[in-house]
Design a protein around this ligand. Structure first.
Ligand SMILES: O=C1O[C@H](COP(=O)(O)O)[C@@H](O)[C@H](O)[C@H]1O
Length: 229
């Protein structure tokens, strides 16, 4: 595991944007199609806005979202819509796998299973993960049963402590099916969660971020405020 600390959120966002673009370009130079899981969240959107459209061929990247808010397609609360607005439309991404909206006549459970059917059998190349102040990743919240789901690749989540209340999330086995896991965290409101996630002891139930590691690389990209504890 590697931890890198940047002076502030702006330089962290710039580093995430450059690092993701470079990794995608590197994989494409090897003749492969990169498989990337995007996250929602404040620092992610700030990073997406800085992504260089010419730094990689974004039309040939398979993209998923670690979680989605179960609201209508195109809604401003959706992680995919925020990513589209921040960079996907601008860079010409076409291979974007999204969770159905709640306007598509599927239940949240059906949307989760339909989304699971889009997942690759090979590992992802990069899974990006924001971390909430409570230590949640994707939509896997402290104490929730979904943290222990092993039979399903994606699950529905009700009563999310953070609105919107209904969500669809990849499960921990799915998030762990990756070569690289990059946690991206900014702000002192996240400092306790980061400290708990990186402590020698603790549980996934208390701090869900403890439950994800990459096969080859687990990288924590922080600003000084998030790293302060
Ligand atoms: O609701 C969510 O929250 C987390 C973190 O968001 P932030 O605004 O506190 O940075 C995010 O990682 C997740 O994808 C999202 O659905």
């Amino acid at each position: 595991m590697t931890v890198e600390v940047h002076s502030d959120a702006g330089s962290l966002a710039a580093d995430i944007a450059a690092r993701l673009t470079a990794r995608v370009a590197e994989i494409q130079a090897e003749g492969r199609t990169p498989k990337v899981v995007l996250t929602g969240g404040t620092i992610a959107i700030a990073a997406y806005e800085l992504i260089d459209a010419d730094g990689a061929d974004w039309s040939d990247v398979e993209l998923w979202f670690g979680d989605e808010r179960f609201v209508p397609e195109g809604h401003e609360d959706r992680n995919d819509q925020q990513a589209r607005d921040a960079f996907l439309d601008r860079v010409g991404a076409t291979r974007v796998h999204s969770v159905a909206g709640n306007d598509c006549s599927l239940s949240a459970a059906q949307a989760a299973d339909q989304y699971a059917a889009t997942l690759p059998s090979e590992p992802f190349d990069v899974v990006l993960l924001g971390v909430g102040p409570d230590g949640h990743v994707a939509s896997l919240f402290p104490g929730f049963d979904q943290l222990h789901e092993t039979a399903r690749a994606c699950v529905e989540v009700f009563d999310s402590p953070k609105p919107p209340s209904v969500r669809v999330s990849m499960t921990l086995p799915t998030l762990n099916h990756t070569e690289a896991a990059w946690f991206i965290v900014a702000g002192d409101g996240k400092a306790d969660a980061v400290a708990r996630a990186l402590a020698d002891d603790g549980t996934v139930d208390e701090t869900p971020a403890r439950g994800v590691t990459g096969r080859r690389e687990t990288l924590w990209l922080l600003d000084e405020a998030a790293a302060s504890r």
